[in-house]
Design a protein around this ligand. Structure first.
Ligand SMILES: [Zn+2]
Length: 129
């Protein structure tokens, strides 16, 4: 499943940070996922919970927010929200017919919406006695 491999990559990153900062426990992680990653938020949280068992992130609260797709039109210079053309199954089939809402050009560049970001972590650190 797509979500499990992404969740694993995110978790490795989190545990890496934890390692470097001598964390005792990871309390909270804020993650952003782009709309165009086609990740299911609930499934991603579920995967993170399963994979983090018996790690320092076991009790971590995973907050995930979805980033809307943003495009730049190479024809008219429009920058902003994307418009999907055609029925939704196209999107699910990974064919993304994105259009510029202003000039209808298909010559667009995706600016936002494809990324997975680990934004910040709340970490409990060990204080040396
Ligand atoms: Zn345009």
């Amino acid at each position: 499943m797509h979500e499990f491999s992404i969740a694993n990559a995110i978790l490795q990153k989190i545990l890496n940070v934890a390692e470097k900062s001598a964390a005792e426990e990871i309390k909270e992680a804020n993650i952003s996922i782009g709309e165009l990653t086609f990740l299911n938020k609930e499934q991603l949280i579920f995967a993170l919970k399963v994979l983090s068992k018996e790690t320092k992130a076991e009790k971590c609260k995973f907050n995930i927010c979805v980033i809307k797709t943003k495009i730049k039109c190479l024809n008219c210079g429009y920058k902003g929200k994307a418009v999907y053309e055609g029925p939704e199954y196209h999107i699910l089939n990974f064919k993304i017919p994105l259009n510029c809402p202003k000039c209808k050009s298909k010559k667009i560049k995706i600016v936002e919406g494809k990324e997975v970001l680990l934004k910040n972590l709340k970490i409990k650190i060990k204080i040396p006695k």
